[in-house]
Design a protein around this ligand. Sequence first.
Ligand code: SAM
Length: 267
Amino acid sequence: MNERRPRKHFGQHFLHDRNILNKIIAAIRPEADQHFVEIGPGRGAMTGPLLEGCATLHAVEIDRDLAAALPEHITSPKLTVHAVDALRFDFATLRPDAGRLRLAGNLPYNVSTPLLFHILGYDELFDDIHVMLQKEVAQRIVAGPGGRIYGRLSVAIAARCDVETLFHIRPGSFTPPPRVDSSFIRLRPSAAKRARIEDPRAFDLVVTSAFGQRRKKLGNALGNVLDAAQIESVGVDPGLRAEQLTVEQFIALGNLAGSIGTTAGLR
Ligand code: SAM
């Protein structure tokens, strides 16, 4: 298929390693009645094997040339290509004809974090999410409280999903090789976890504000949202910094902010 030079600004590193591809498909285990969304199919390394095992696949590819070439290369009535930016894609539009969805992708590294936040906005739509991303981002996702890499992404994902790091991939498995190692991870959005968050906007505001000024104590960092007495009222010490809080404590603060309406002006 289209072998023109990979476009750096689209984070194009194409997977060519058969062993890794087999491991990815074995981890995903597509089934004949299942519907998939693939982000960034590129030249179709994962698309073909996924299509062989599933009912339908919606591929979302920003590069118009690759998007146009994909159905020529992989002719299947099960494939629908959307030549759009996944960051702007409304995944909810796929729901009526597709039922429940699974998401997979070798994410473009330059936008993997914003893409994850965008996907999280549709977490109730997806049974699971299998993505390849920079190892460093995967480490941030699974990080727990107490360290420098624990942050907004760790909390946003841990509050909504069960997370597993499945395996790591060396740069040589891609053309061209990226400068960093990659990890393949599985996120399973959890309705039980989601139910603990009473007001997602308030929760996101608390987490974003706290980590936006992560060197400051919560009493200061959350100043516009909750005061020190309010923070203390849910058993959290306002003298702590964001990276010292558990996900449960962020949820308690978010629920409080939502219930007292301090975020009303931001809606
Ligand atoms: N899946 C292919 C593979 O494994 O060989 C390609 C993976 S490559 C790391 C990332 C792919 O995402 C590229 O095809 C790139 O054009 C596409 N891409 C980059 N930014 C995108 C965006 N915002 N929305 C959709 N696709 C994007």
